[in-house]
Design a protein around this ligand. Sequence first.
Ligand code: SPV
Ligand code: MG
Length: 301
Amino acid sequence: MIRKTTQLKQLLHSSQLEFLMEAHNGLSAKIVEETGFSGIWGSGLSISAANGVRDNNEMSWTQVLDTVEYMSDATTIPILLDADTGFGNFNNVRRLVRKLEQVNVAGLCIEDKLFPKTNSFINGEQQPLADPIEFAGKIKAAKDTQQDPDFCVVARVEALIAGWSMSEALQRASIYHEAGADAILIHSKAATPNQILGFKSEWQDTCPVIIVPTMYHSTPTSVFRESNFSVAIWANHLLRTAITAMQQAAAKIHSEESIAGIEQQIVPIMEVFRLQDAAELQSAEKTYLPVPAEPVAEIVR
Ligand code: SPV
Ligand code: MG
């Protein structure tokens, strides 16, 4: 079995466009792997939303770590964790990298904003960017801390989100690349891919470039392929699918005051057991649990 870190590094450097699919807990991570995806995006937005809080670092970093540990335990494909700004300064990033390696997370992505951050699609222009030199220190600290040589550190450039110039984005990317980033994530909230294409045509293949096409979603994937992007992240679509499905099912059950009408529209209970691998426990019990000599008898005879 190839190490998860090595798998992620190979995705970053493969000659074709690769995809990371968002997951936000052990179940969704498992579904991503079963579907055939080669890697998982541990989305900060989705993880926080799934826990009923905002994408503003309302979850503590250890709560995020616990979540991603469940995701990692449930899967064999690599996880790139959205670690927001790194939950503090370079020292917090160092500790995070150590803990992520312990739970077999393949890499982290940090963005050049300030803690506590806000999701990039909420008043992006009003969010202050980090000092690029201080941010580069976080990247260097992460690279110096990792024990596994293939652990991946992705630097996310928020300059275009904040309404700054393309030259600012390119210069920041260069500083982060020099500091040791394994890839650059160039984020854009434009409805067309013009910004990310403009960035890529200047950046060329200096290092792998990752994109998150949430807002320019109607762009054909072939456009990303032709420009030689490394990875496209589908960042929140399982969360949004789950919200749609849960809202519809809850409303139907509420209005019909019955579960009869929903039964055919949802997975059978057996599918839940399969996803939990209940069969493995049943077979392990045969191996490890003694059969009681005197089974407990009914009280009423
Ligand atoms: C996330 O999935 O949490 C991301 C991507 O950071 S975005 O929501 O587009 O900022
Ligand atoms: Mg995020």
